[in-house]
Design a binder for this molecule. Structure first.
Ligand SMILES: Cc1cc2nc3c(=O)[nH]c(=O)nc-3n(C[C@H](O)[C@H](O)[C@H](O)COP(=O)(O)O)c2cc1C
Length: 175
């Protein structure tokens, strides 16, 4: 089977990690996948903040209620922010870069999970975006789309049977 198709079929969100550190070359490969992703009019409004400091990773769990807890176990977080003045499709651009990095992580045997930040709230009631800005210091005209948690997987998750999740989703010629 084609290698990319195999990766797409076996990809899952992984939220549990061992305490192993990541190799810098693996982090670089994941970041490269994000940097190489497509972008409307090639504006590439994204910037990535790579966090490996354990205290900061723990603090980032507070950016959501419950939904970001895996960051306390993660070896690394890649926070995807964008200059929202640059393009009206920054959200789409950042989403694609997240998906590319998530898939690249899987191809390297790493576990990762998308943690939504845009339109979400932190534990202290702030917008997740503002909470993150306070911790990480990105400029006021930047917004955070999401965080990719990354680590050596401490769980295995079965691939989906495609007939189950694809059923009724695809229409040919007309709806
Ligand atoms: C836009 C988006 C937002 C998500 N937000 C979160 C999140 O905040 N926390 C989380 O644990 N998982 C989050 N996920 C992961 C989904 O829960 C996951 O993709 C879904 O349950 C399907 O599981 P799978 O990725 O293993 O196929 C998000 C995924 C996407 C695409």
């Amino acid at each position: 089977m084609n290698e990319l198709i195999r990766l797409l079929q076996t990809r899952r969100s992984i939220r549990r990690y061992t305490d192993e550190k990541l190799r810098q070359e693996d982090i670089d490969a994941v970041l490269s996948a994000g940097l190489l992703s497509p972008s409307g009019k090639a504006v590439r409004p994204w910037e990535f903040i790579v966090v490996q400091d354990k205290e900061t990773l723990k603090k980032l769990t507070e950016a959501r209620t419950g939904a970001a807890n895996m960051l306390s176990e993660a070896a690394c977080a890649i926070v995807v922010v964008a200059d929202t003045d640059k393009t009206d499709v920054w959200c789409e651009d950042c989403s694609i870069t997240m998906a590319y990095m998530h898939l690249a992580a899987h191809s390297l045997g790493l576990g990762s999970c998308w943690i939504q930040m845009r339109c979400r709230e932190a534990q202290n009631g702030q917008r997740s975006d503002d909470f993150l800005r306070g911790v990480l210091g990105f400029p006021a005209n930047y917004s955070a789309e999401a965080i990719l948690s990354l680590g050596v997987p401490a769980q295995q998750r079965d691939p989906y049977p495609l007939p189950d999740i694809g059923c009724g989703k695809v229409h040919f010629e007309k709806y």
